[in-house]
Design a protein around this ligand. Sequence first.
Ligand code: UDX
Ligand code: UDX
Length: 440
Amino acid sequence: MRNICVIGVGYVGLVTGTAFADLGNRVRALDINEERIANLKKAILPIYEPGLGELVERNMKAGRLQFTTSYQEALEDAEFAFICVGTPEGVDGEADLQYVRAAAEEIARLMKKPLIIINKSTVPVGTGDWVANIVRENQKEPIPFAVVSCPEFLREGSAVSDFFNPDRTVLGSMDLEAADRVAQLHLPLRAPIVVTDLRTAEMIKYASNAFLATKISFINEISNICETLGADVKEVATGMGYDKRIGPHFLEAGVGYGGSCFPKDVKALAYMAQVHGTHPQLLQAVMDINDYQRRHVVRKLEEIWGGSVSGKTIGLLGLAFKQNTDDMREAPSITVGDYLNGRGAKVRGYDPVAMKNAGKIMPYVEMVDDPYLLAKDVDALIVLTPWNEFKQLDMRKIKELMKEPILIDGRNLYEPDLMQNIGFTYRGIGRGYDGTKTNG
Ligand code: UDX
Ligand code: UDX
């Protein structure tokens, strides 16, 4: 049992803290957001994340997990402090480190005994050294500490299972003893542990996310070529994925990547490269393709109607940036909704869990309670999030309810032939000529 303090209980901090408590450690989780902490004390979660609620409750009851807004309390017995505050996008695309700075300053002021400070938030290369300087400068008296980078690789929607079944743990530090102690914390996870220097660990995180984003933009570009040549990108991806050098994952063409990580991490990496005089051409292309792809579903609609969407009513099936989350950060639905609204269309939306968050960002969207109400009298439906519950909808009923049976499947959830047989004007992403499958 180790004493761990986690700073910031967003997606990453809450999952990390709770999971370490579940592994038998004593965890104090801090957040400056008082409402968030007051709710967590009653086991009310700030986010939707499958499996997390039950884990929080169990570990609170067992006395291993506590929530606080006081740095003093959080750091009291701590041997390890995980920094998990947000690192949003700054004005030029660089990561905004003001919250990391605030956390480092507070740690420095209030630590009472030797501490290992672990950067879990995604931070620019060099931040570990910067944090060490801040702590050194703000300590009232010198107390030994070390900084270790341990980037998170948690996907929203499957973050709990990703924590307990990691492909690897990456640790970066100039202090090998500290890295070894953090490695001990991760041993129960039985995954390979890569120990390297601070900057390399920070780079591994950016390079990993940039590579995954590249895979998505690659398959999206292929999907557009498939559309012009009459090939089916889903089958192309399956055929490619059996090659072990390529792998089957992150080859789903769609409306482009969103979320709290890929958009800002690719931008931040490109920014770092530019600032240091290199030309991140590939990263730039990845971002350009992603921007193009977000609007592709609307272009398909405009093509079918031979012009504007003005005056039409359009239903958005799914709003969250991906399935199994209520997170709307950088969701493609925002780009699509804003575009439609800006061109005079009426926008209706349905999502199993993200409607509350979406309503704050897209107040012009009329939210409805289920997919069938969404379909009623709309001129077109656009699928934007691949929720499982959308896969088995009664599509005949959906078609009957719609004013015009136009289905733009931005996530390739449905079979083109089947949808055409039901009577939809169906367009998928990269599924043959016009986005429809042809046998000719
Ligand atoms: C995380 C990482 O921090 C980010 O770098 C990574 O790329 C994506 O995941 P996330 O957990 O999604 O971010 O952040 P968010 O949901 O914004 O939560 C951050 C929490 O930190 C909030 O609850 C906020 O109140 C808290 N916080 C922020 C502090 O406790 N102290 C601060 O000074 C600032
Ligand atoms: C990502 C990283 O995967 C994770 O390791 C961590 O660094 C946090 O950021 P997350 O953003 O939660 O996780 O979800 P992820 O499953 O990676 O999906 C990101 C976006 O890409 C979503 O919008 C998703 O719909 C999209 N995506 C994913 C595709 O469009 N096609 C794919 O094949 C895979």
